[in-house]
Design a binder for this molecule. Structure first.
Ligand SMILES: [Zn+2]
Length: 160
């Protein structure tokens, strides 16, 4: 059992495979391994047209792998993803809704790529705006509840 990702072209994927040889203890935990596999899979379509993948991605995943068994892996995934958005210049820490462009008050929802919107504009569950904007700034989930992290993780799973 491993978490290899099949792909072509990118030197990133062979390097990713080598991660499995580093022998992380969670490789024997089925749930953690499954979460890791699902997380890694999102990188393949995201990076497939990139000729030379920046070492940022490898280092991001290596850091995530090291924390995967010491923290809730969903928190690690969500914190890794917001770093990725920031690195790619795609973080959208605005207080205005991506759909209607009006100001977002106490409640916020997030679209793919964590783009902020009114819950009513995207028919999605509401999160406390302040906590989410704090998360955008700190890139830490420590003040978020598990169900809030779950919400963010599901967005990551929709694609990077
Ligand atoms: Zn709106």
């Amino acid at each position: 059992m491993d978490f290899e990702v099949e792909g072509e072209g990118s030197s990133f994927l062979p390097r990713l495979r080598s991660l499995s040889h580093l022998g992380f203890p969670w490789l024997f935990d089925k749930n953690k391994l499954l979460l890791w596999h699902n997380f890694i899979k999102r990188f393949e379509p995201h990076l497939k047209d990139t000729e030379e993948v920046d070492s940022f991605y490898f280092n991001l995943l290596l850091r995530a792998a090291k924390k995967w068994d010491r923290q809730n892996p969903k928190r690690v995934a969500v914190e890794s993803y917001i770093e990725l958005l920031d690195f790619e210049g795609r973080l959208y820490p605005e207080e205005n809704c991506y759909i209607c462009e009006q100001r977002i008050e106490e409640e916020i929802s997030l679209m793919q790529s964590f783009k902020p919107a009114h819950p009513s504009c995207i028919y999605s569950a509401a999160l406390p705006t302040k906590k989410i904007l704090d998360f955008f700034a700190s890139k830490k989930t420590v003040f978020l509840e598990d169900h809030e992290v779950e919400y963010l993780f599901e967005i990551v799973m929709k694609g990077l």
